[in-house]
Ligand binder design. Structure first.
Ligand code: COA
Length: 289
C-alpha cells in the first residue's frame, strides 16, 4: 500500500481486489461506460490493478488495470478517476503504478479524448482508430466466403493460434474465459480453420469480438450470421478504421457511436490489418484489445 496526497487530500493506492468491484462499477457508471459488474469481474480476473482510496472516507476514487498477455504485450485499461478528483494528478499516478506492474511488456491501450493528453505525456503514440458500432441488429446482406461452423472444445488450440497471429501475443487465457461465458464460430476454407468470431454478453447487450479473419469478406461471413440470429437485439462491435468494416456494420443496424484512439508504448507498427495471414477485424473489447 502506498499513501500520498493529491493536492491536500490523502489517498491510498491499494491492490485492486474483488471487494472493490462495486465501487469500481459506480465509477464506470459515472463515466457513462456500459460495464456490468460481471464485465468488471471478467477484466479483473485477467488483470492486476490498483484502486485509489480516499483516506478519509475509504471510498474508491480511481481505478486502473493492467492485463498481461504473457511477456509479449499488456493492455492498460479501466483508467477512471472520480470526477470530483480529476485534474489533480491522480490519473497520472495510477498510470505510473500500472506501467510499473507491466514491467518491460510493450503496452497498448485505447484512449478516450479525456485520457489522450495524459497518455501522450507518458510516451504512448497513436497507431490507429477504434470505431465503436452498436445498435439493434437489422437485416444483413450475408456474405459467403467459406464455411462457418460452431466451434467446439477441440478447436481451442486453432483459435488461440489464429488470435496469436493476428494480435501478436498469446491471449489463450482470455479466450478460455470468453469460451466459458459465450460462444464462438469458426471460418473454414478448404477444411482448414482460417478465422473465428467470439460472442458474449457485455454492457447493454452482446458483443461480437474478437473476430479474426484472413480478409474482410471472411470477417463479414463470420459476423453476418451472428447479427442475423439476433433480430432487434442490442449488439456491439469494436472494429478499427483500417478494416473497412464500418459502413457494412452500419448497414446491418450497428451505427458508429464513437470509439477511441489505439495507442502503443513504445510506438510500433500499426494495429489492425497486418502482413500476417490473418488480422483482427473486431476487438475483444476496448479494454482488452
Ligand atoms: C482520463 C482521466 C483518468 C485523467 O485523470 P486525472 O486524474 O484528471 O488526470 P491527471 O490530473 O493526472 O492529469 C494527467 C495529465 O493530463 C493533462 N491533461 C488533462 N487534460 C488535458 C487536456 N485537456 N489537455 C492537455 N493536457 C491535459 C494534465 O495536465 C496532466 O498532465 P501533468 O501530469 O503533466 O500535469 C480522467 O479524466 C477520467 O477518469 N476520465 C473519464 C474516464 C476516461 O475517459 N478514462 C480514460 C480511459 S482511456
Amino acid at each position: 500500500m502506498s499513501k500520498n496526497t493529491v493536492r491536500n487530500k490523502a489517498v491510498h493506492c491499494l491492490a485492486f481486489e474483488p471487494k472493490h468491484l462495486t465501487d469500481a462499477l459506480a465509477l464506470s457508471r459515472q463515466a457513462q461506460w456500459p460495464h456490468r459488474l460481471e464485465d468488471w469481474s471478467l477484466t479483473l480476473a485477467l488483470s492486476e490493478g490498483l484502486v485509489a482510496v480516499d483516506a478519509e472516507t475509504s471510498q474508491v476514487v480511481g481505478t486502473v488495470l493492467m492485463t498481461p498477455y504473457g511477456e509479449d504485450a499488456a493492455t492498460i485499461n479501466m483508467v477512471i478517476v472520480d470526477d470530483g478528483w480529476r485534474g489533480q494528478g491522480l490519473g497520472r499516478r495510477l498510470m505510473d503504478e500500472a506501467m510499473t506492474l507491466a514491467g518491460d511488456r510493450p503496452l497498448r491501450l485505447v484512449a478516450t479524448s479525456d485520457g489522450l493528453p495524459l497518455y501522450e505525456k507518458l510516451g504512448f503514440r497513436e497507431v490507429g482508430t477504434v470505431l465503436q458500432h452498436q445498435g439493434e441488429a437489422g437485416p444483413v446482406p450475408l456474405v459467403a466466403a467459406g464455411e462457418v461452423v460452431p466451434a467446439g472444445a477441440g478447436d481451442r488450440a486453432a483459435i488461440a493460434a489464429l488470435d496469436r497471429q493476428a494480435f501478436g501475443a498469446d491471449r489463450g487465457l482470455l479466450l478460455e474465459r470468453f469460451a466459458e461465458r459465450g460462444s464462438c464460430t469458426l471460418l473454414r476454407r478448404n477444411g482448414a480453420p482460417v478465422g473465428f468470431a467470439a460472442l458474449r454478453d457485455f454492457g447493454r447487450g452482446r458483443v461480437i469480438g474478437p473476430v479474426v479473419a484472413p480478409d474482410a469478406d471472411g470477417a463479414k461471413a463470420l459476423i453476418g450470421p451472428i447479427i442475423a440470429a439476433h433480430p432487434g437485439k442490442f449488439l456491439r462491435v469494436d472494429t478499427t478504421a483500417d478494416t473497412g468494416l464500418g459502413p457494412w456494420l452500419a448497414d446491418c443496424g450497428l451505427r458508429h457511436v464513437g470509439g477511441g484512439i489505439a495507442m502503443r508504448r513504445p510506438a510500433s507498427t500499426a494495429t489492425g490489418i497486418s502482413p500476417a495471414p490473418v488480422s483482427t477485424y473486431a476487438l475483444a473489447s476496448q479494454a482488452l484489445g
